[in-house]
Design a protein around this ligand. Sequence first.
Ligand SMILES: [Zn+2]
Length: 267
Amino acid sequence: MLCLHAHPDDEAMLTGELLAKADACGLRTVVVYGTRGEAGETEHDLGDETLGQRRAREALAACDRLGVDRVEFLDHVDSGMAGTDGNADPAAFSNAEPAAVAATLSELLADEALLAVVGYDANGTYGHPDHVQVNRVAAALAERLGVPWLLDATYNREDLASLPDGDGTLDPGFAAAEADLTHFVQGEDWFHAKMEAVKCHRSQAPRTEASKRRRRRGIDGWRRRFGTEWFIVRSPTGSTDLGPLADVLEPKADWPGPLVREGSPPG
Ligand SMILES: [Zn+2]
């Protein structure tokens, strides 16, 4: 199973549970990053490292925690958030021709027998140009190699909008509608592995008291918000047999509701 990601830390936030469970189910997993996330922000002292070097190191540690068998980085430039100057950089990941990136990937991964390619939904989860690019590249690669399964990692728009700090509005430009989701991964063990991987990305953690206060969520907040990983699963080759993926992915119809801490009252 190949997970294509835009930046270090996306593997944990969007597919941490998927990767941990796939590893436990015996699948070989590969993570490829389009960029090293060097346009991100940090409140930490990097010493003599660049942010890209630091984040690549953090990504390796996170992937190790998730049992990933192979990690690769493509040498594209981080495009930065939508609307920033980096979007216009010809070397930015988002400006590469998806078919050309798919060609590079198929050469790089020529010795892998891919059952599934995992990218993001068409909104790139939250509109970051590099995330939208992941959606295009994953589809181009799956088609080029005839990979049986293509998965969009995404969020459940309705569920997130319903949270106490959500405003209840459903932004069609954010992630995916619940009706379009097909499968999920959820479980206390997988959530634990995901959080261990999230913690590997120390350069992305708040350091000042002001930002700690702003981002304080608590483990139950993380569990409620990110404890379920959602996917849109389809087969470009018309395959109907998920094979070993059937042990990893559960159909949406079986969703028991958000992950809650054992023993805590429902709701
Ligand atoms: Zn990202």
